[in-house]
Unconditional design. Structure first.
Length: 124
């Protein structure tokens, strides 16, 4: 992605490159309670208050490889895990697995502001 594209986003993205927990919630926007009981590890490549790019390998690839799939992401920031739901908006295969773009779904505006504030503090 070019720097110009990154600058046009509503929320600035920050390189993050940290491991995180992820749960699959559903397909095509329909929640599946059975699948949501299984967590898998991913890496958050970059992060903003509005979304993230994640990278995953192994069997987790199939869960995030389709636009519209729903996931829950646990974002580790300092001593806190921000838990957010996201929808896969794009996915691409890499040599190691899959990279996918998530758009976060915040039921309360406060959740978004809290994450945005933490990211600004970390990136100073």
């Amino acid at each position: 992605m070019s720097d110009n594209f990154m600058e046009k986003r509503k929320f600035p993205r920050f390189n993050y490159n940290k491991k995180a927990g992820c749960k699959f919630l559903g397909v095509d926007g329909v929640k599946n309670d059975l699948m949501s009981k299984f967590a898998f590890g991913i890496e958050i490549v970059n992060l903003s208050a509005g979304g993230a790019c994640i990278s995953c390998e192994g069997s987790a690839r199939a869960l995030v490889a389709k636009a519209g799939n729903l996931v829950e992401l646990k974002i580790p920031i300092e001593n806190t895990n921000f838990v957010v739901n996201g929808r896969v908006v794009w996915a691409e295969r890499t040599n190691a697995g899959i990279n996918a773009g998530l758009c976060f779904d915040f039921p309360r505006a406060q959740s978004n502001r809290g994450l945005q504030k933490q990211l600004q503090r970390l990136n100073g």
